[in-house]
Design a protein around this ligand. Structure first.
Ligand code: AAL
Length: 408
């Protein structure tokens, strides 16, 4: 009896070891994952995506299989280099003109609003009470008109900084325009003095019966950062936090109001206290706040943030939803996204470096095709560290990649 037990035990041990070793081999793990996978792949998908073996699906192929099956190249475009404007908006040494609003057409002319300041930037190292800490510090909102979108006439000041002690006494900047029922609304960023690195940025609103003003300003900001972050210590250091708080706990930026589904969707960029660098760069995300009336109150969506990347807001209505060009920061930068409900954005195309701080051409037929509104518009460039000027961008659809001389 005893002699027969050992070979059996040995056999069981060897079997156990063999199974275990096999299960731990990377090859086998992959096999197991795939055999356990419940992914249904049609012959058509297999052929379109060029997948070699439906029993061996890589992580990349799994992502590809989640793309909408009807996704074509409708959202894919290429931007050409920025071109300088003429007239008063041509680059001017000593002057900052940046962050153009969208353009609207009134009285036979395009109108644009923008941040304007003068003089060099000193930064945060010196006397912040008197210095200019950023090019967008000590700005007012100006506007210009043009018949062709190339040659512009600066018309003058639209919205000035507030009186000392008001929420917008230090700078009003990065403006957007919305026209609704013959009233014009400008929404813009505001900063109250002193402009230190921990200062909270807010959003203000002004309205008028005419694009030429005069503008009435809201007494209070229409949007403020989330109040649930906690700075660590007293030092002026925006990376030191006890608690970071929501994605917009530090700054609400780049506001843009879109009338949508009978309400007003205010899209904005959030900056978080204790911002980090992630695998896509700066930790920047977008949010939306919704109101029944253009003047508010704006209530932040519980779904915020609605992007996990981006910088300046560039949004337009398309096909019952809202499209967004996501630029500059985060793992999904350089993509165009679309949300059927204005909230749940998905990537529709990936594009090469997009122009920054886009001012869309709201006169375009934005329903003609997904990116029609991006055929041309405004952007800005850094002529140098101190001064920026507004430029013009253009883009075109790209549907084919051909070699020289190859028939299309
Ligand atoms: C921009 C915008 C906001 C920032 C700064 C001026 O392009 O994101 O406006 O505050 O940079």
């Amino acid at each position: 009896m005893k002699r027969r037990k050992y070979p059996l035990l040995l056999f069981v041990l060897v079997l156990f070891w063999a199974c275990n070793t096999q299960n731990n081999s990377p090859d086998n793990k992959i096999e197991k994952d795939h055999t356990e996978s419940t992914i249904e792949i049609s012959d058509e998908q297999l052929d379109k995506l060029g997948i070699t073996d439906r029993n061996h699906i890589s992580a990349a192929s799994k992502r590809a299989l989640q793309w909408p099956t009807d996704l074509g190249n409708e959202w894919f475009i290429e931007f050409s280099g920025l071109k300088p404007l003429k007239g008063d908006l041509a680059y001017e040494e000593g002057v900052v003109r940046r962050d153009p609003s969208a353009m609207i057409k009134e009285n036979g002319k395009y109108y644009v609003w923008y941040s304007k300041s003068t003089g060099p930037t000193q930064g945060f190292a010196g006397d912040i009470e008197n210095d200019k800490v950023f090019p967008w510090d000590r700005c007012d909102i100006w506007y210009a008109t043009s018949e062709d979108g190339w040659t512009w006439k600066e018309e003058g000041l639209a919205v000035a900084r507030g009186e000392k002690g008001e929420y917008d006494d230090r700078s009003v900047f990065t403006v957007e325009i919305m026209k609704h029922e013959d009233i014009y609304y400008l929404c813009y960023q505001t900063v109250k003095s002193p402009y230190n690195v921990r200062v909270k940025n807010q959003v203000g609103l002004a309205w008028s019966n005419s694009p030429n003003g005069p503008w009435t300003k809201s007494k209070e900001p229409i949007l403020s950062p989330a109040d649930n972050g906690i700075w660590k210590g007293e030092e002026q250091n925006r990376f030191m936090v006890e608690k970071k708080g929501d994605f917009d706990s530090h700054k609400v930026h780049d506001p843009c109001i879109i009338p949508y589904k009978g309400k007003f969707y205010l899209y904005y960029k959030g900056e978080q206290m204790g911002e980090e660098i992630t695998f896509g760069g700066r930790q920047i995300r977008h949010g939306v706040a919704i109101a029944d009336n253009p003047k508010g109150p704006y209530v932040k969506s519980p779904y915020n943030p609605v992007s996990n990347s981006g910088h300046e807001i560039c949004v337009w209505p398309y096909n019952g939803g809202i499209a967004a060009l996501i630029t500059t920061d985060g793992p999904e930068k350089n993509t165009i996204q679309w949300a059927p409900d204005g909230i749940n954005f998905n990537i529709m195309s990936s594009i090469q470096g997009a122009p920054h701080a886009i001012g869309l051409n709201r006169t375009a037929d934005n329903e003609k095709e997904p990116t029609e509104i991006l055929r041309w518009g405004l952007s800005h460039i850094y002529n140098n560290g101190d001064y920026q000027s507004i430029m013009r961008f253009s883009s075109e659809r790209k549907t084919m990649h051909t070699a020289k001389g190859e028939t299309k």
